[in-house]
Design a protein. Structure first.
Length: 277
């Protein structure tokens, strides 16, 4: 699943946490690791950031290649991922210029929008640094779209590697589905049809993965999708969220910056975003 990881760092605490997650994943998967830092002007800070992650990797017994890049950070990271054939990019959600913990960093957001391989984003306010990637519960969200279905195999493989429970969740967002037609209310039959579609989306995702040895738990919950996901994470002790960057094209709110974007801003757990290549 993951043979070559790219970890991006700027020396921030958030990037350091993300690197720890990436290093532990590389150890589990036996993956090659490239670590990059992008500098503008003085390269001493970039070299120091690379050395720090290289030391963390050495302590974990993981070999890494480091590269100091110049230019626009997001473009440099994405281009390097393409050049090295990375199948996972690991980044912190905010860097040195971040204002608040839960504001998605502009560089991270650009990487998410441009990256071909999935992107694992890690905030700086999750569990203690010593907790590591002890994933006991992995959540994958689906809205029935093709891209959402592509997130399934990643979630299933991770759940299998860590012997974790796999949760499959669909949020029935009546308001988003009904749009202007919701102004006068919607009848029960319409809601039931949406819930049936939700169950079908969950079933389709499960049908597309190898769930033979997995403990799979299904949920269809009515409500505003980002809030449903955040509440489900909190109530079920989810350690990792896997989701697509975009959803159904007919839902105005189902693109990065809305559902995925809001989850990234409000859920203090690692989120693996499967992007549209």
């Amino acid at each position: 699943m993951f043979d070559r990881l790219l970890i991006a760092t700027d020396g921030s605490d958030c990037a350091r946490r993300a690197a720890k997650y990436g290093i532990e994943l590389a150890d589990v998967y036996g993956a090659d690791v490239h670590v990059v830092s992008v500098y503008r002007g003085d390269d001493a800070q970039g070299r120091a950031a690379l050395d720090e992650i290289a030391d963390l990797a050495a302590d974990a017994g993981v070999a890494v290649d480091t590269e100091l890049l110049s230019g626009k950070p997001a473009k440099s990271i994405v281009d390097y991922a393409d050049q090295t054939g990375a199948d996972l990019v690991v980044v912190g959600r905010r860097g040195r210029s971040g204002v608040r913990e839960r504001l998605l960093g502009s560089i991270t957001e650009r990487v998410l929008r441009r990256s071909g391989p999935p992107v694992l984003t890690v905030s700086g306010s999750e569990m203690d640094a010593d907790t590591g990637t002890a994933y006991g519960d992995v959540l994958v969200t689906t809205d029935g779209s093709d891209l959402a279905a592509e997130a399934g195999p990643y979630a299933a493989d991770l759940a299998g590697r860590f012997d974790a429970v796999l949760h499959v969740l669909n949020a029935v967002d009546v308001q988003a589905e009904a749009g202007v037609f919701d102004a006068g209310g919607v009848d029960r039959e319409y809601i039931e049809r949406l819930e049936t579609k939700g169950h079908e989306a969950v079933d389709d995702l499960i049908a597309g993965i190898d769930a033979t040895d997995l403990d799979v738990r299904e949920a269809v919950v009515r409500g505003y999708a980002p809030e449903v996901i955040a509440e489900y994470v909190a109530e079920n002790g989810v350690d990792l969220v896997v989701m697509s960057s975009e959803g159904q094209s007919n839902l105005a709110g189902q693109q990065l910056g809305t559902v995925a974007g809001r989850v990234l801003r409000t859920v203090d757990r690692p989120v693996l975003v499967v992007t549209e290549d």
